[in-house]
Design a protein around this ligand. Structure first.
Ligand code: NDP
Length: 383
């Protein structure tokens, strides 16, 4: 394990740089359908795998959101994608001219789908241009960055939402309801595992292996789903955290990031959450909440589609099918649109992203020092 985060090299800078067309992208055959007159126009910033394969195709299902503009560092990709989605030439931007979006009245909001280490800078730039922001998870790589983003939103008097899609996903919503109703009795234990095996790569080749763009690695990228689940299934904030992080030597994938992070959260009720996340073990995406009367088990827990959920209590085993998980993408777009147009309360605001970065910092702090870290209810360290 590394003695300090700062000791890790930063082989690649944090400039926004265009990338090739991601693998497996299917562009739409027809431009977007017309939306209602108060539909919110989004500028998509960063035409990567998640934006092109998941989010952009789902605008079609949103009632009140449409793709109004694109921002990319790859001009050929920009043209192909813009043509397919029917984005006019005057609404296509490079990173260099991003500030010009300020005068484009068709853009209400900016969707930040850049590598995580670029979220803070480009969110602040979007607010400086007077736009609302939907920012991908993790909100940023430090709580200090999150605080700056929240302050920028306030100054600009614009909305800031973090794209925590599970808060719009039927299985996770039902899990929150069931836990709120005491479906497992008194909660004792939560266990979450978010892992996969990263293929051969290096910090120069892949931003996910690069500390400046990915932070500590799997925890910010994938384990954050387990952290989120632990909080929304328990309905509590941890009062203490202990953790361990592992980085193998002589593996270019982990030259700058951790391979595994494992943490234990203790809640005021006495319940405990054990969270594991890894970039170097066989794939799993699971969450389980176990109480005095039963257990709620989700696997996959937070997938784009195909989630499964079972409640076991005594001899009863109940399987749930609360709906199509793929609605989560359009629902989060419509949610921000409702906040912008009607002033609806944002379910996943910047403050939630900040809370999670504080906990992530506590996890790394514990892993680094080998000590349990005590927390205030807002996730800051108890002195
Ligand atoms: P990709 O690597 O596929 O795409 C990132 C895009 O960002 C690139 O294609 C590029 O777009 C742009 N970019 C600008 N500067 C850089 C740079 N220096 N290095 C690499 N790319 C750069 O990443 P993902 O789409 O998988 O992830 C993007 C964000 O979405 C991350 O924050 C991630 O955490 C989040 N995410 C969220 C998921 C969810 O379920 N909510 C799932 C997956 C990712 P261009 O070429 O157009 O400039």
């Amino acid at each position: 394990m590394l003695s300090s985060r700062a000791a890790l090299g930063q082989a690649r800078g944090t400039a926004a740089v265009g990338q090739p067309m991601p693998y497996g992208v299917k562009l739409p055959d027809n431009p977007q359908r017309a939306k209602r007159p108060d539909s919110v126009g989004f500028a998509i910033v960063g035409l990567g795998g998640y934006a092109l394969n998941q989010m952009m195709p789902r605008f079609e299902q949103a009632e009140r959101a449409h793709v109004a503009a694109l921002v990319s560092g790859n001009p050929d990709k920009l043209q192909r994608v813009a043509d397919a989605y029917g984005v006019p030439p005057q609404s296509r931007y490079s990173y260099e001219v991003f500030a010009d979006i300020a005068s484009n009245r068709g853009i209400d909001a900016v969707y930040i789908a850049l590598p995580s280490g670029l979220h803070a800078e480009w969110t602040e730039r979007a607010f400086a241009a007077g736009k609302h922001v939907l920012c991908e998870k993790p909100m940023a790589l430090s709580s200090a960055e999150c605080e700056r983003m929240i302050a920028a939103a306030r100054r600009a008097d614009r909305k800031l939402m973090i794209a925590y899609r599970c808060h719009f996903e039927p299985y996770n919503l039902q899990a929150m309801d069931l836990m709120g109703q005491g479906a497992v009795g008194q909660l004792r234990l939560i266990r979450t595992e978010q892992s996969y095996r990263m293929g051969p790569t290096s910090p120069m080749e892949n931003w996910r292996a690069n500390r400046a763009l990915a932070g500590g690695g799997p925890l910010e990228d994938y384990g954050i789903y387990g952290l989120q689940a632990a909080l929304y299934l328990s309905g509590e904030m941890p009062e203490s955290i202990s953790a361990t992080a592992f980085r193998p030597s002589n593996d270019p994938r982990f030259a700058e990031i951790f391979a595994h992070v494992s943490s234990q959260l203790r809640f005021p009720s006495g319940a405990v959450a054990q969270l594991v996340t890894s970039y170097d073990s066989a794939g799993i995406n699971a969450a389980e909440a176990r109480g005095t009367e039963g257990a709620l088990m989700m696997q996959p827990a937070t997938a784009y589609s195909g989630n499964e959920m079972v409640l076991e209590a005594g001899r009863d085993r109940r399987k749930f099918a609360p709906g199509d998980s793929t609605v989560q993408f359009a629902r989060q777009l419509d949610h921000l649109a409702d906040a912008i147009r009607d002033g609806a309360q944002i379910r996943t605001p910047g403050e939630m992203g900040l809370r999670d970065l504080r906990l992530i910092e506590a996890i790394y702090g514990s892993a680094e020092t080998g000590r349990t870290i005590l927390l205030n209810p807002d996730g800051t360290r108890r002195s």
